[in-house]
Write a new protein. Sequence first.
Length: 490
Amino acid sequence: MEFTELADYPVAAGTLTEWIPTAPVTGGHGGSERGHGSVDPAPSNPWFEDPRATSFIQEGRLRDAGMRSGPGRESWLGTAFEIAGRLDTAAFARAVDTWIDRHEGLRSHATIPPPHIPVHGGALRRRTVAPGRVRVSARKHGYRTSGAQNFEHLHALFDGCTSPASWPAFAFATIEPPDRDRAFTVYFAADHAIVDGFSVVLVGQEIESLYRRELGDAEADLFPVGSYLDFGARERSATGELDADHPAVALWRGVLDLGGGRLPEFPLDLGDFPDRPLPQRGLSAWVLDPAGADMFAVACRKIGHGFFAGTLACLAVAGAELAGAERFEAVTPMSTRADAGWSGSIGWFVGISPVGFRVRGAGSFAELVRRAAVQVAAAKPASRVPYEWVCEVLGTTARPRFVVSYMDVRFVPAATEWADRNTRALRSKQYEDDVYVWVNRTPQGVNIAARYPATDTATAAVHRYIGRLRSLMEEVVGTGTCAVSERVTQ
C-alpha cells in the first residue's frame, strides 16, 4: 500500500456522494447534534459527559490545532479503496453506522476550555455519543464528467470536515463510475487526533466486511476491539507514576543537548525555506518486490537483527556518503498498541523516540546494523512514555524535524487484496519545514514515501537520499551486505 496525498490517487469521473455522521437529538431540550451546549440527560439527547481523559498526543493535537489558522491547519489521514459491484446506498449507510458504533473514539469529542481557564492532567471536556445513536446522512452531488471536479470536491470536503475542534472530525465519500455495476470507490478521511497510520489501513477491510454482511453475502467476522478512550485514560494513569528520573527523559535530554535544544534534522541541505507557507512536496517509490524484501530481511536476521535496523543502517550509510554525517540521528514513531484488544482499534496509538548512533568507525554494514538495533531496542520502551509529558518535564517545545517511520503491514486483514482494490493510504497537505520518511513493508513489497519542504534544493536532496537508500537495500538483497565507504570506516 502506498502512502500519498489525494492528488496522487486516480480520482475518477462519476456520481459523488458524501456520507456525513450525525448524532441527532430526537426531541426535548438542550444539547445539539454536534455535542455543544448544555447536556440534556433525557434519552432524547445522545451525548453524555465523559470523564475519561484524552491521550497526551491527542491533547497535543487539539492544542496545536487551536493555535493554527489558514494553510497548514489541516492534518488528516485517510484511505481510498474500491468495492466490487453496484453501490447499495442503504446497505452502505448501515455498514458505516455499525463501524462507528464499533470504534468509540469516533463517537467522542474533546474540547479545550477557554484560555483563561487553566487545565492540566488531561482534564479537557469530553462528550461521547451512546452506541446506536450516530447515523450517516447521504448528500448526493450528481454525476460529474471530470475526475478533476471530483478531486476538488473531495479535497475541500476532507479539509473542511476533519478539524478536531468540531464533531464529526471524519467523513466518507463514494464515487460511482459510469459503469456502476463494476465497482465504486470509497474515500475516508479523519483528523490525525482520532486516527493513526495503522488505523487507516484497517478501514477498507472492515467497511467492506460490514457492507457485505448488510447485503447478505457473508458474515463480517470482525474480532472485538478496545476503546481508544480507555487507552487514553490508562495512559494518563500510568504516566502519573513516572518522575523526572525516568530513562526516557534522560534519552530525550541527551538528544536535545546534542542538538543545542533542537531535535535532529535531515542530514542534507534543504535550501532556503520560502517566505510564505507552501504545501510540501512528496514522493512515493516501490524499492523492493516481495522476494527482495524477504531477502533483505534474511540478510538482517543473519546479522542477528531485524528489517528496521537494516534499513536504518542503509540510511546511515546514505547520510555519511552524501553529507559526511558522522552520526545517524532521527525521531521514529512506534506503536503503543501494547494490548491485543487495541490491535484493531481506531485511534492514535503512537509514541515517538529518538534513534541515534555513530556512523564513523563502523568497519562493515553488519556493525552498523548492530549499532542501529541497540538504539531501536532502547526506543521501544522510551516511545511508551508520551513525548508531550517529557516536554513538560524538560521545559521544551522542540518538535521533530526528521522522522523515519517503519510499519510492517503484511498481515493486516485483506492486505493481499490491496492492489486489486486500488487501496491507498492518504494524507493531507503539510506546510512544515520538516522531512518525514515512511518505510512500509507490504504484501506487494517495500514502499518508501516522503514529504519535504517545497524547495528545489530539498527536492533534489531527498530524491538523492532515497535513491541511495534504494541502491543500498538492493545491494544487500544481492550480496547479503553493502560496501561502506571511507567516510564510514574512518
